[in-house]
Design a protein around this ligand. Structure first.
Ligand SMILES: [Zn+2]
Length: 257
């Protein structure tokens, strides 16, 4: 019998709904706070709220089955997702600060083009942000300005090496710095695994990849809810929700990186 069709089932569903709503109250409150303070934009909040509400709906429709219990556990894990949203907010604040610092460097360069510190500082910021091409532009501008500077020339060489490695797909071991061929699974020098799950995930971290990931997560979840209401097999609904769960977690994780 489909859960919720008896009086006892209805009471169980109501209780499940209440507990699930209590569970999401705190993360909801935290993320809403970030949204109101404008430390995150609406996209993260919408994805996160959508996923939480979707899982609550999934729990209510499947309550009384083993799947309902599994969804409850997943919702419990998703409740900690507000920490990832917090990291997105922190990164946003960091980006704004970097943009401000770089604007100051640009202004200083405009004012006194031969002064070294604004270039140094801009290069440091760009490197920390993984923007090596932009860092190279600053170094090249400085070298054009002053003609010769051994220190800066070395910096340029190192930046060029990083950009070259990235474009050829050579894998630099994060442990020992050895260059490995593009398809290498482990480092030829120290044996460290070079294709960690997080490295693979990082490959999806483009704007389009992230959008696709969040859209996939939400679509799977909506499909899961619809099929659960229609009384489809627990297995199928479970797979859809598991997909929605991992898609959403991966999205929040990558967004906060
Ligand atoms: Zn190594």
């Amino acid at each position: 019998m489909h859960p919720g069709t008896t009086a006892g089932g209805a009471v169980g569903n109501m209780a499940a709904l209440m507990v699930a709503l209590l569970m999401i109250a705190y993360p909801f409150y935290r993320v809403l706070g970030m949204l109101l303070e404008r430390t995150i934009d609406g996209v993260e909040a919408t994805v996160y709220f959508g996923v939480l509400v979707g899982f609550v709906a999934g729990i209510v429709t499947t309550w009384g089955t083993a799947l309902g219990f599994v969804l409850f556990l997943m919702l419990g894990a998703l409740c900690f997702g507000y920490r990832l949203v917090e990291r997105v907010a922190e990164r946003g604040a960091m980006d704004a600060m970097d943009a401000e610092d770089l604007a100051k460097c640009d202004a200083a360069i405009q004012h006194a083009p031969a002064l070294k510190w604004p270039y140094d500082r801009a290069v440091t910021i760009c490197r920390r942000r993984d923007e090596y091409e932009r860092a190279m532009e600053y170094v090249e501008r400085y070298l054009t300005e002053v003609g010769n500077d051994t220190g800066m020339q070395k910096v340029l060489e190192r930046l060029k090496a990083v950009v070259r490695q990235r474009s050829t797909g050579v894998k630099v071991c994060p442990e020992c710095g050895t260059e490995n061929y593009a398809g290498a699974g482990t480092c030829s020098e120290c044996g460290r695994a070079l294709a960690l799950p997080t490295d693979l995930l990082a490959g999806c971290a483009t704007e389009i990849g992230l959008k696709a990931l969040s859209a996939t997560g939400i679509t799977l979840m909506v499909a899961g809810i619809v099929l659960a209401i229609l009384g489809a097999s627990t297995m199928l609904v479970g797979v859809l929700f598991a997909g929605a769960f991992s898609g959403s977690v991966a999205y929040l994780y990558l967004r906060s990186k």
